[in-house]
Ligand binder design. Sequence first.
Ligand code: PHE
Length: 340
Amino acid sequence: MIKEELININQEAEKEIESSNDLKTLNEIRIKIFGKSGSITILSKGMRDLSNDDRPIIGALINEVRSNLENKLKQKEEFFKNQELLNKLENEKVDITEPSKDCEIGALHPIARVIDKLTDICVELGFSVVEGPEVETDYYNFEAMNIPKNHPSRDMQDTFFISENILLRSQTSAVQAREMEVRKPPFKIICPGKTYRNENDSTHSPIFHQLEGLVVDEKISMADLKAMLTIIMKKLFGEDTTIRFRPSFFPFTEPSIEVDVSCPNCHGRGCSTCKGTGMLELLGAGIVNPKVLEISGIDSKKYSGFAFGFGLDRTAMILNDINNIRYFYKNDVRFLKQMK
Ligand code: PHE
């Protein structure tokens, strides 16, 4: 009897396992067989009522059926799990042949490029690169540059003051003063960096960039300045570039000059970049005022020097044919893309 019942249970269960179609039904089948009141559990419990002769035979049979069904359940369970994995792989399939989205490659900002280019040129000519603070004291920005408090020459630079003696540097010349205090001549330095003035139109921005150069040695003259600037300009704008000196005034240089370069766009013939003049105003320069050397503790009887200050925004505008300085500070991606 029990034997037939077992064979029956085995057959039924095998069929059910075979035709089950998910893990949930499989679990229900498992409970039906092996759960608390499952068919095999009940049969096992009934073993104690069997005779001593039958018990081992039926026991062995129950074990056989149990391990057979457990195996079948396990196999089917693995089958479902495999199936699930395959489905997942199928659904999450990545088409590696699909064309990728364009990857945006960045580029250096035009001002950064000019700084790099000019710095490379000057380093090749023996200059060391130095930097100074953008938030500067009145002393280094003005007084050490021979611009005393309340002197009319302060009006040349509409300065952002933070307090009476602290300001946003209006010129990289402030770095000259700092360096002259600590360096012993001879020395050649350049200082590129941000500068600030209360100016705002198509060619002036409240934040702009300068590159200051300073050479201090014995017997430095205007001829050295002219030669140096000619070399730098030719390297920057091309071999056929010429330069022109015009007398000017800066409190920290004497004599002072403004330097024009032949327009790299039309080579001096006249075009819209140079407003028909063939020349472009590019920098202030001069022989360092002996007073400035003395303020910083350099013997002006023994040493002299020249200094020049580039407007880098203007240089970048010329090199890239840009007519409005504001493009540099708007971070308009369309503009930056064109500058690549
Ligand atoms: N500091 C001057 C300016 O910002 C430029 C300059 C630098 C002139 C060095 C002479 C020498 O206008």
